[in-house]
Design a protein around this ligand. Sequence first.
Ligand SMILES: [Zn+2]
Length: 278
Amino acid sequence: MTRNHRLTRRSFLTEFTGGVTAVAIFGLAACFSDGDAASEAPSTSSGADDGATTTSSAEAQQSADAEQATTTVAEGSEAVTTGGLSWQRVNLGFVSAYVIARGSELAVVDTGSSGSEGEILNAVESLGGTWDDVNHVIATHSHGDHVGSIREVMTAASNSAGYAGADDMLRIAAPRDLVAVSDGDEVFGLQVISTPGHTPGSISVFDAGSGVLIAGDALNTPNGVVEGPNPDFSADLDFANVSVQKLAELNFETLLVGHGEPVETGAGAMVAALAESL
Ligand SMILES: [Zn+2]
């Protein structure tokens, strides 16, 4: 379906929550809902595991065939380098966080549920860094399975600034004030794209140079199929669909999502097809 009216913060709040007070209430509900998403873990994580096996096997063949091509897979990890940007998925089971490297500087995008900081540190270290190299922590949205460890991550990464969409940031318990970001902002060379719908303040980040899009839950890839956000845990599917259409206009190859396997190539065409079907 197509929505022609322009997305604004005001129209979103008015249409979906009936006002700011309701947003706060809704936010709690959404966090608990997403926390409950753990109960979905059997189906989601079983798909993820299948995909991981496939990916790892494909990666093994790829690295055997062309170890030093534009895509490099680090031994024993999923670190991928393309177009000057390296990324590593932190596979936390039913949800993923990502660590991004540009030279020796690192950024963390989402922090998983609580207790995920150790696995995020493993990814930081496998990209050759320490917490001191993490200067940016980006929260795609306020759900607990994405910001559950932000306090620990930002405390350990004591140099880091934290970022989130304005309409989600007040529901994120960060140890320092977060910076509100939206369309037109850039963090760590990543273009911020406001993608409301899953939550009012959902954001995605896009690296034009490498063609990598990190969509949080604005897009998911359950069982390897690119879809919009899970309707059961989304605030407004109409807005979510408009956000999918917005993302489909970007030129990207790689899609990294909160739930499901990364799509390393051809993702832009898949999202364009999805947008066309809405
Ligand atoms: Zn979510």
